[in-house]
Ligand binder design. Structure first.
Ligand SMILES: [Zn+2]
Length: 170
């Protein structure tokens, strides 16, 4: 397995709209290896979700693990939200916007249809952190970031803070 470089805001590649994954592609060794590499990259970061878009592969899927023990990996391929209910606000962060956290309002309960890593159709109804995480990751597939929910002024502050962080790290 290998760690993949994660694109960081304001990299324009993060704005790419991801393409649908062909079901036949899912079970290929190349795709399975990409999933494994994405899990390794996400756990190493550490984070609870990572989309293909963030590692510069513009396909509609993501890996998620919101468990305490980091032992419940989930793969969502071509996810579609078919029902939503209520609102919740949670403080979110993002591996592509390191060190920045902000409250975002999202649906509290969602039903999502997707393919799992064996290309089987699944449907899941969930709430709380997992529901927030799925919605956050699905935004990435549309080229949208959680900082887009902030005011333009706040987003500009985020951009400056990250560019300062990068200078210090260089
Ligand atoms: Zn993110």
């Amino acid at each position: 397995m290998a760690l993949l470089p994660i694109l960081e805001f304001p990299d324009p590649r993060l704005r790419t709209k991801a393409a649908t994954v062909e079901a036949a592609q899912v079970t290929t060794p190349e795709f399975q290896k990409l999933l494994d590499d994405m899990f390794e990259t996400m756990y190493d970061a550490p984070g609870i979700g990572l989309t293909a878009s963030q590692v510069d592969q513009h396909l509609r899927f993501m890996v998620i693990d919101v468990s305490e023990g980091k032992d419940a990996p989930m793969v969502f391929i071509n996810p579609e939200i078919t029902a939503r209910d209520g609102d919740q606000g949670l403080q979110e962060g993002c591996l592509s916007v390191p060190g920045i956290f902000a409250d975002v309002t999202r649906s509290n309960r969602i039903t999502v249809r997707y393919l799992d890593r064996d290309a089987r159709e699944q449907e899941l109804t969930t709430d709380s952190l997992l529901a927030v995480c799925i919605q956050h990751e699905m935004d990435h597939l549309e080229g949208k970031l959680f900082v887009d929910y902030l005011s333009p002024l706040k987003r500009e502050m985020v951009r400056k803070k990250l560019s300062k962080q990068r200078k210090h790290a260089a």
